[in-house]
Design a protein around this ligand. Sequence first.
Ligand code: HAM
Length: 421
Amino acid sequence: MAIKAIKGINDILPDVVGKWQLVESVARRIFSNFNFQEIRIPILEKTELFARSIGETTDIVEKEMYTFPDRNGQLLTLRPEATASVVRAFIEHKLHLQPAMRKFYTMGPMFRHERPQKGRYRQFHQINVEVFAMDDPMVDAEVIYMLLVFLEALKIPDIKLHINSMGCPDCRLPFRQSLADYLEGVSDKLCADCKRRRLTNPLRIFDCKVDSCGKLVENAPVLLDHLCHECEKNFQGVRDHLDSLAVAYTIDPFMVRGLDYYTRTTFEAITPHLGAQDAVGGGGRYDGLMKALGGPDLPGTGFAIGMERLILLLDDKAGAATDSHNLFVACLGEEAKKKGFSLVQELRLSGLSVEMDYESKSLKAQMRRADKLDATHVLILGDDELAKGAALLRDMDASTQEEISLKKIVEELLQRFKLEM
Ligand code: HAM
């Protein structure tokens, strides 16, 4: 039996790769305008990195990580997200000593063992953005603004921005107590997971997908009502800056995000077009993370966008090939084929997209293939033409053909296709 790919881990076939390339190039262009630099980080890390940053009692760490011992018995994990790795790299390479390196982006595959469905996969791709050592609320607003500018550039429709504040350890501690008190009163109505979460990490109850827990959570105290003065001021600052950039948002006190490292402002970009998987991207501030991972005490903020979700939301025609200078070289006869073979390489080196047929098929069959490949022109090379030092160039749209000399064929084609010599 043929071997199939793993459930939830998908191929990306050439007919959609144009969309992926579009998303990547728009990200690079916009992020570079905002002065972000690309960083590339490993896919495999020590398990401890994720357990310590995302949080031991989050769903991601408890249930979703691909973790295994390597041949030396060291516990490794396929990265479920990128923030932890970017922070680790920043600490490891002492980038805080290089003031030019504060704003990073990275793209690539992440792995979470979730139940696959539309918009949710076990290998998925993120575009990830992180900013370090800047705690002004203006930076939060700017990062959110950049996310929206990016989604707008890709014409993603009907995006709604939700924001919340996760406070700081000072306000979280007393809040945790009042939440624990509330949950104690309703503990017999909680699902089995939430019964456990109530004691280990009560805030995670807000993530629970079980309907009955959702109802209980609606009446639970929320962190937003328990912010300390500084966090309150900071959140107001972010909102003022968002207002000044004319960014519309909804304050969502129940949005806690699934990772424990967040502090202060968090956000999600939500779409109504993807069913249950409605977050196109999300992020927030994580001011204690770098210190907790053994680095300098520098704040951080950022976001990640789910690329598969973006691709699902793109217009059908987005990313379709636009350059239409495809040339097919049809050869008739052994000599012509040999000449054609070297000519094809020369034309490719000159910047043209060229294909030929290697199977010595009839001219009709070669023309059919040229058509399938959307060739705009076919260069017909027969032993007779070759003897005259010429070839026939057929314009597929106009259905016209003319003889051109082989001597200056490269220059001639480049000129016709208006490509630089
Ligand atoms: P996250 O909310 O876990 O945040 O993931 C960000 C985005 O990745 C989601 O909004 C969603 O679009 C996409 N995503 C997550 N899981 C899946 C999945 N199983 N299949 C398809 N797409 C998925 C983070 O990962 C944080 N590291 C973001 C961040 C960066 N916060 C600060 N800096």
